[in-house]
Design a binder for this molecule. Sequence first.
Ligand code: GLA
Length: 359
Amino acid sequence: MGDVITASAPGRVNLIGEHTDYNGGFVLPTAIPQSTRVELRPRTDQQVLAHSDNSAPDGSFVLGQEQPTHQWFDYVQGVTWALGRAGYAFSGFALHVSSTVPLGGGLSSSASLEVALLRAIRAAFSLDLDDLHLARLGQTAENDFVGARCGIMDQMAASLADTRTALFLDTRSLDYRRIPLPDAADLVVIHSGVTHRIAQGQGVQSEYNARRADCEQAATLLGVPQLRDLGTADLPRLAALPERLARRARHVITEDERVLAAIDALEAGQLEQLGELFYASHASMRDDFEVSTPEIDLLVELARAEADVFGARLTGGGFGGAVVILTRGGTSMQVAQRLAKTYADQSAQTPTVLVPAPG
Ligand code: GLA
């Protein structure tokens, strides 16, 4: 029996650039203080035993014989499967997972598990694996084993982001740049209480995959490899598409532009402008991409009514999850508490304030 190896990886909140990553576009996530921590004890055989403090049941499988079960440990199986397929050599292990990232909250609980586990396996078995390749293996696990056709944003954020900077990522080239978050603004992240847990997640997963299929079909009809290849000058061409596909494409094309505008606003310290981009992104996700819910829309509208709020939007894949709010520096705690209370009163939901982190 080898020593116990521990590793962790954070969840993320995406500031702007939603449903752009699988279209080759731009994203701007940052890490949240919540993370997934794993303890891995290597075994001498090929058996993997996985326990999570957050999800039942325990999992057990043999390396090389991974089979999807629709349980949480499919992420564990997906990771070992992807590593095995890529030719990495390692043995079985006992795994203990504990996470403070809410499951199914649009804050990348699954990517943080994948990246934490990949880090632990890398350390335990001395694998030659850099942080970027590690992120790609996490995405492979998700795409080709779990069956969620997600882009690369979440795994790149879990692998490369920190809480002090935003990670501006070009998801086509995988070039990235860290942009400091300004002191004059705070972030608030509130989970709406509406989750898309994997156990009930087949519906959500197929909605997500359906959005991706719409985008791919729109790109094909417009004669480009990906929607990333179009700009706002191309918007009149969308009139030739079936109405739903036109709205999907309009979201992606305008969202890519908003990310670039957000970078400029962030670097120039133009926080009102950045906030307006948040609201515009939210409206586009709600109306054109149709991934919001009434609860999330309520949270965004309540935030809009706050004097110290610059902007607010749904963050992550949607169909529930969390909102990210940009507030005047030093006001985040009061704003978050007030919003959580008003939202709880007006919805049937129990919100959780994740940022600023309690304590
Ligand atoms: C999920 C996916 C990401 C990305 C977002 C939407 O989080 O895992 O790849 O597509 O949705 O921006």
